[in-house]
Design a protein around this ligand. Structure first.
Ligand SMILES: [Zn+2]
Length: 557
């Protein structure tokens, strides 16, 4: 592997060898046109599109809009069957609590406030699911990680029980950033073990009937109100086993309700939480039982990934691929915001990324010669439902994954102006970061690691499904140092967005948006994908990365 400072020279040699029309520097590459991007965002996030929920009229309009725009830009239908879409079979379930969520402790039965204290749901495709006097056990962080000699389940059989667990990785003290041990669960950065997806998977594997993640605003990265939105229709990939291998009840429980539960058992939550960050932790029964019945209406539907391609110009390399992705879906219509608005417009999340994907496609199409390799533009569905559209693509890829060099994912763009830095989520994961660094340098910008790496963003958007099957994946985020703005401006904007607009009806186009930063970030993404599509070699995961072994197997080495 080449050291990063040599990469640009490599690019120059490749570019020189293939003729003068291929752009070499960022200055030679097409710019993203922000008026078009803003027009696309405005349209996709308009009330007419109803928040773009899978299976809704909003889906029909979104898919039509994307297809029209890809067609107008001169791209080819990206499904080898000649169509613009990949069908994604989903099952949509709308759970209702038909017997109250009751926790009985010390002979007293307490009915939990659904959505206020507890958000129960199920992924089982079944008209009713039940917990019946299921013993409640606290299992710390709910992690089994042999490589860290860690087992939160030791000594207890949780089969049929309802388990409560903390969100995030255990904060094991050490000499790294934030006073944490960088060698255990990534230190300050979140690993996959910290994600609720992992925790639910593990709980199911252990046979738990119920699994509740304790909601704490800090570590989860979003407030309880966001978890509550999950109370509407929920989607899953439609699988042959109808998800009967999952725990019957999954969900969130508020910190307040959890603390009460510990107190009721004569236990101290804070003490046991601290204990859970050590290898000595053993599961603690909370001397309580949980009961609930959910009944749900079930419908099956085909949602759609929209896919467009630009065929590679090199006869030998056109059967190799670079995949750009962005999720077109958002949350649809739901509980009203403070002003009574019920449409979750999702302007930033992720009309901004979808519009950027369209503009990247137009930029690629404007090149005098297409890149050597084929470039795929994949607008996926049901990201908000648990990365389902991209999971489906990764399980049933339209193009071979072992000939897919990279995924570049776009989820939420910078709307607040130019920055002197750019955030790389999971920085150091693969050679794609070196491509990004080289391109950023040409913009006189500095790539920086994720300042909120504890929130596990690398596991929270669609690129993760590519990483899971071994394809090196790049996911960048807004820089934090805004040009000509006071210090702290970026953090303020970001915190305001998370608090006021994230997954709320108010995520709409704002009058103070400035897309100049989006244009620069988008150009970096263009440069990375373009150069990978032209490069003599495949990008690799860095040694020690958790996905490297999967890639090596996929490439038969
Ligand atoms: Zn979202």
């Amino acid at each position: 592997m080449q050291p990063r400072h040599l990469l640009p020279i490599g690019f120059l040699l490749v570019a020189a060898a293939c003729g003068s029309s291929a752009p070499e520097t960022l200055a030679d590459m097409p710019n993203l046109e922000t008026t078009r991007v803003l027009a696309d965002i405005t349209r996709l996030s308009s009330d007419e599109f109803q928040g773009r929920a899978p299976g809704s009229e909003g889906e029909r309009l979104s898919v039509q809009y994307l297809t029209d725009e890809f067609t107008a830009a001169g791209l080819e239908p990206g499904n080898p069957d000649g169509s613009w879409v990949q069908k994604v079979p989903l099952v949509g379930m709308r759970p209702m609590v038909t017997a109250p969520f009751t926790i009985t402790q010390g002979g007293k039965a307490r009915q939990m406030k659904v959505l206020g204290e507890i958000v129960p749901f199920t992924r089982r495709v079944s008209e009713t699911v039940t917990l019946n006097k299921s013993d409640v056990v606290f299992v710390g962080y709910g992690i089994q990680a042999p490589e860290f000699q860690w087992d939160d389940y030791k000594g207890v059989d949780v089969k049929g029980k309802t388990i409560l667990m903390l969100v995030n990785d255990p904060p094991v003290p050490g000499s790294g950033l934030g006073g944490l041990d960088p060698a255990t669960f990534g230190g300050k950065a979140m690993t996959y073990y910290g994600r609720w997806v992992y925790k639910f998977e593990k709980a199911a594997e252990m046979g738990a009937a119920g699994v509740l993640v304790i909601h704490e605003t800090g570590p989860a990265g979003y407030p309880f109100a966001v978890a509550q939105v999950m109370g509407g229709e929920r989607f899953n990939l439609s699988t042959p086993d109808k998800n009967m291998g999952k725990s019957a009840i999954e969900g969130w429980i508020s910190l307040e309700a959890t603390t009460d539960l510990f107190t009721g058992a004569g236990l101290n939550f804070d003490e046991l939480k601290a204990k859970a960050a050590t290898r000595d932790f053993t599961p603690v029964p909370l001397k309580a039982t949980a009961s609930v019945t959910l009944s749900q209406t079930i419908r099956t539907l085909d949602s759609q990934n929209v896919v467009a391609t630009i065929t590679g110009s090199d006869a030998a390399l056109k059967d190799e691929y670079v995949v750009y992705s962005a999720h077109w879906d958002h949350l649809g219509i739901g509980a009203p915001g403070p002003d009574g608005d019920t449409i979750y417009n999702g302007a930033m999340d992720n009309a901004s990324g979808t519009a950027t994907l369209l503009e990247l496609a137009r930029a690629f199409k404007s090149l005098p010669t297409a890149p050597k390799r084929t470039v795929v533009f994949l607008a996926v569905t049901a990201e908000e439902q648990g990365l389902l559209g991209s999971e489906y693509y990764a399980r049933f890829p339209l193009y071979p994954l072992n000939r897919t060099l990279a995924n570049v994912n776009v989820d939420g763009m910078n709307m607040w102006g130019r920055t002197s830095d750019v955030t790389v989520i999971g920085m150091g994961a693969s050679d794609l970061d070196d491509y990004l660094t080289a391109a950023a340098k040409e913009q006189n910008r500095i790539p920086m690691p994720d300042p909120e790496s504890e929130k596990g963003f690398y596991y929270r958007s669609d690129h993760f499904n590519f990483a899971k099957v071994g394809v090196p994946a790049l996911y960048i985020d807004d820089g934090t140092t805004f040009i000509d703005k006071p210090a702290g401006y970026g953090k303020q904007k970001r915190d305001d967005f998370t608090r006021l607009d994230y997954h709320k009806p108010s995520d709409q186009v704002k009058p103070d948006w400035d897309l100049s930063g989006l244009a620069e970030d988008g150009k970096l993404l263009f440069a990375v994908g373009y150069r990978v599509a032209m490069a003599p070699t495949y990008p690799e995961w860095k040694p020690g990365n958790e996905f490297k072994a999967i890639r090596d197997r996929a490439l038969n080495r």
